[in-house]
Each structure stands twice: as structure tokens, then as C-alpha cells.
Write a protein that binds this ligand. Structure first.
Ligand code: NDP
Length: 451
């Protein structure tokens, strides 16, 4: 197959995928990026282009949509929608987080599940791809409301998950509190202590050390690897981080531990820039204890910090940028600003935070760009290590987990870098990650027959 006939085949597949999955722009965006990356692989290795393989990969094995009724503290009944998309289990049980956010719909869950297939393959840890969630908004809800919602959600979800079947974890709006309520309800319904059914648990009852840190730490490690390929290091670099949730907080923490200066954090209402560097203790108090907004940070921090309501965090000049909030939060204009301000590397802590146009601008300008499916794979990697500990009824030290995480991130960086070189796209981590992830899943699917 020539490169041009590969491109034609993949373009017609894309058209068909968009026709069969209407009104799912995020899924179209994520699948388009992968399909576009595969042309050089199809041209060089025709066995991967055989009819049916890529078509199967783009079709979830199973999609579950269910009703989640619950009562708020005042007795009012609410009805939300729950999702679990079990996308691909060729490499292991479906694995991927649950997102609770009003923007969640089937297309969002499918984009996340699709990305997860390749990300999980890149970790090399034997996990398939899936994702789930609900359009429930936990913001402003009391603990007991969140608990009742989680219990109702699990009332249906428990039929579909299991340590050898499908293993959910956290994502936006689902942290340690929600995983606790979900696990408790699963245990109650099934009457089983099945620790490996959910990851992101507290360490006292089956969780792994370093799981909360893993995504943010991994994203910083990936940025460090990209910089070191260019003869630079993280120490001394200024960094802009978006978001103020799990990934952002631990990105900031790891940047500080690496000798870099994290200048910002944000939420959906605005951003904070702190010339002295973000005070992690204060940020944690506000976000994790008080569950308040980042504007509060600037009010309490004093003269070094400024809150910019509704602003773009990417306006702050930096050497390295870490989009760590949500999809499509860094657009064309933001990329132009970052390039103008001399950014050297961008590492995606969030899933698909950079629009395709912005990725093109950054790569064109020679910025090292780490796509989420490689750069933020540390979270799911430590989730897989949590599953290993659960299966062995063991618990590892934080040092051991952190060492393994660092090795996994180095391996992911190496394989994506080398794969990009092999297929004629040196330095293009997007192509490298998509092809390397695809090869691993495709090999397993081919070996397991037409299912
Ligand atoms: P959290 O819920 O802990 O934090 C999310 C952060 O992003 C908050 O600051 C939130 O602000 C902001 N945010 C969410 N939605 C929007 C929006 N529509 N517009 C602007 N800001 C928004 O989530 P995580 O930190 O866990 O996840 C962040 C990203 O990282 C997501 O893309 C997730 O898929 C990805 N990821 C997470 C992993 C994990 O281990 N947790 C693993 C791999 C990827 P606000 O409070 O105002 O909503």
C-alpha cells in the first residue's frame, strides 16, 4: 500500500466513522488524530491495514447508558445519566476513569475511552481501554448528596465491572471521596472484598502509594525527558500549569521538587499568577480541604499573587506549559502566544487539552509537544500497579512505586520517540504515541481472531 492510498483509506474510514457517530465532536477529534497518524504505518506494514482491524478498533466492544436517580438534601429528586464505554479489552480488563461533570455525554466518554486504549497499551502493563462517568455536577453538593449519587450510580455499574472485567478509577469530579463511596457500595451489593475492582482507593484499604500523585508527576517526568533530548533540564525553568485539581496540584508539586518554578493555577472561572511560585500548602487548603475557588488563593496569598477572572493562563510567559484541566483548553491563539513567549515544551496532563490547530502551531515552531496519551499515562500506570498490589494482597512503599513510575515514563518517552523516528516523523510524539500504542493493541487483536 502506498502512503497516498493509505491516506485515502483512512480518510474514507474517518468519514464513515463520523457518519455512524453523529453529534460526537470530541470523539471525531480524537479518532481523527489517531487515524491521520497511521498512514505511514499502513504504507510500511500492510498487515495492519487489513480490512476490519481498524474498523473494529474504532467501535466500542460495549456501551452502557443508564439512569441514575437520587435525592438531594432537601428531598428533591434528580435524574442523571450514567455511562460506561468498554472500548477494547484485547490487552487486559477495560481500564479508565469515571468523570462527573455536567459536560459529560456519550461522545465525551467515547473520546476518553478511545484515547485510553492507546495510552494503556503504551504503559505495557496489560490493561484494556474504557471510560465512564455522568453528567452529575458535584460542585456545591454536600458530602451526603455526593454519597447518595455514588451509591445510585454503583447500583447499576456493579453489573458491568469486576477486577478481571472492567476497573474504573477517578477523573474530573471523581477523587478519593467518590472512589470511597463507590467502593463501599460495590462491596455492599456484592458482599465481596474485591479490592482490584476500582483504583484510586485510599492506602488504608487497598490503595497504592503515589496514585494521587502519579498523573501529575508522570507529566512532569515526561517533560523532563523531552527537554533532556534537547540537552536541557527542568531545573530553573518557569512553568505555567492550568487547572487546580488532582493533576494540576501534583504537577505543581513535582515541578517544585524538580527545581522548576510553577507560576500559575486555574479553574473554570479564571487563573492565578504568583510571581513567587505557587504556595502548594495554601492551594491544597483551598482546593482539597475547603473545596473553594482559586480566586480565594490570590485573596489570601498577598502581593505576589494576582487573580485574572476569565483570563487565559497561557498569556503568562513560560519555558514549559502543562495543560492539566480539560479538553480543548489550549487553542490556536493560545499556542501562538506561547510560541511568541518562547515556550520550549508542552506536556499534556489533561486529555486532549490542545486543539488540533494549536498542536500544529506548536510542532511547526519546534516546541517539544507531549500528547496526553503518552504524557499523562503515569496515572493509569500506577492504577495498574495498584491492581498488581491488590492481586497479591501486597502494598508497596512510595519509593518503590515512584521508581517504577519513573521507569515507565522513561520507557513511554523512548518508545514514542523511537517509533516517530522509525516512521519518518522525528520529534513528533503524537505520531509516535499513536503508532506505538496502535501496534500493541493491533497485534493482540490479530492474534485473538475476529471478535
Ligand atoms: P479534577 O476534577 O481534580 O480537576 C479538574 C480541574 O480542571 C479543575 O481545576 C476544574 O476547574 C478544571 N476544569 C474542569 N472542567 C473544566 C472546563 N470545562 N473548563 C475549564 N476548567 C475546567 O480532575 P483531574 O485533575 O483528575 O483531571 C484533569 C484532567 O486530567 C482531565 O482532562 C482528566 O481526564 C485528565 N487525567 C486525569 C487523570 C487522573 O489520574 N486524575 C489521569 C489522566 C488524565 P473547576 O473546578 O472550575 O471545574
Amino acid at each position: 500500500m502506498t502512503l497516498s492510498s493509505s491516506k485515502t483509506r483512512l480518510a474514507s474510514l474517518r468519514t464513515e466513522l463520523e457518519r455512524r457517530n453523529p453529534a460526537e465532536p470530541e470523539f471525531h477529534q480524537a479518532s481523527r488524530e489517531v487515524l491521520e497518524s497511521l498512514a505511514p504505518l499502513f504504507a510500511a506494514r500492510p498487515e495492519y491495514a487489513q480490512p476490519g482491524l481498524i474498523e473494529r478498533l474504532c467501535e466500542p466492544e460495549r456501551q452502557i447508558i443508564f439512569r441514575v436517580p437520587w435525592q438531594d438534601d432537601g428531598g428533591t429528586v434528580h435524574v442523571n445519566r450514567g455511562f460506561r464505554v468498554e472500548f477494547n479489552s484485547a490487552l487486559g480488563p477495560y481500564k479508565g476513569g469515571l468523570r462527573f461533570h455536567p459536560s459529560v455525554n456519550l461522545g465525551v466518554v467515547k473520546f476518553l475511552g478511545f484515547e485510553q486504549i492507546f495510552k494503556n497499551a503504551l504503559t505495557g502493563l496489560g490493561i484494556g481501554g474504557g471510560k465512564g462517568g455522568s453528567d452529575f455536577d458535584p460542585r456545591g453538593r454536600s458530602d451526603s448528596e455526593v454519597m447518595r449519587f455514588c451509591q445510585s450510580f454503583m447500583m447499576e455499574l456493579h453489573r458491568h465491572i469486576g477486577e478481571h472485567t472492567d476497573v474504573p478509577a477517578g477523573d474530573i469530579g471523581v477523587g478519593g471521596r467518590e472512589i470511597g463511596y463507590l467502593f463501599g457500595q460495590y462491596r455492599r451489593i456484592t458482599n465481596r472484598w474485591e479490592a482490584g475492582v476500582l483504583t484510586g482507593k485510599a492506602e488504608a484499604w487497598g490503595g497504592s502509594a503515589m496514585r494521587p500523585q502519579a498523573t501529575g508527576y508522570g507529566s512532569v517526568l515526561f517533560a523532563g525527558e523531552m527537554l533532556s533530548r534537547r540537552g536541557e533540564e527542568l531545573a530553573g525553568q518557569s512553568a505555567v500549569v492550568s487547572g487546580s485539581g488532582n493533576v494540576a496540584v501534583h504537577t505543581i508539586e513535582k515541578l517544585m521538587r524538580s527545581g522548576a518554578h510553577a507560576l500559575t493555577c486555574s479553574d473554570s472561572e479564571g487563573y492565578v499568577v504568583d510571581e513567587k511560585g505557587i504556595d502548594l500548602e495554601l492551594l491544597r487548603q483551598i482546593k482539597e480541604v475547603e473545596r473553594a475557588r482559586v480566586s480565594e488563593y490570590a485573596e489570601r496569598r498577598g502581593a505576589s499573587a494576582r487573580y485574572v477572572p476569565g483570563g487565559r493562563v497561557w498569556d503568562v510567559p513560560c519555558d514549559v506549559a502543562f495543560p492539566s484541566a480539560t479538553q480543548n483548553e489550549l487553542d490556536r491563539q493560545d499556542a501562538l502566544t506561547l510560541v511568541r513567549n518562547g515556550v520550549k515544551a508542552v506536556s499534556e496532563g489533561a486529555n486532549m487539552p490542545t486543539t488540533p490547530e494549536a498542536v500544529g502551531i506548536l510542532q511547526e515552531a519546534g516546541v517539544a509537544f507531549g500528547p496526553g496519551k503518552a504524557a499523562n499515562a503515569g496515572g493509569v500506570a500506577v492504577s495498574a500497579l495498584e491492581m498488581r498490589q491488590n492481586a497479591a494482597r501486597d502494598s508497596w512503599t512510595p519509593e518503590r512505586v515512584e521508581d517504577e513510575l519513573a521507569q515507565i515514563m522513561r520507557d513511554i518517552h523512548r518508545v514514542t520517540y523511537e517509533t516517530a523516528e522509525r516512521y519518518g516523523a522525528p520529534g513528533d510524539y503524537v505520531t509516535g504515541a499513536n503508532i506505538a500504542g496502535f501496534e500493541r493493541v493491533a497485534d493482540a487483536m490479530l492474534a485473538q481472531g475476529l471478535i
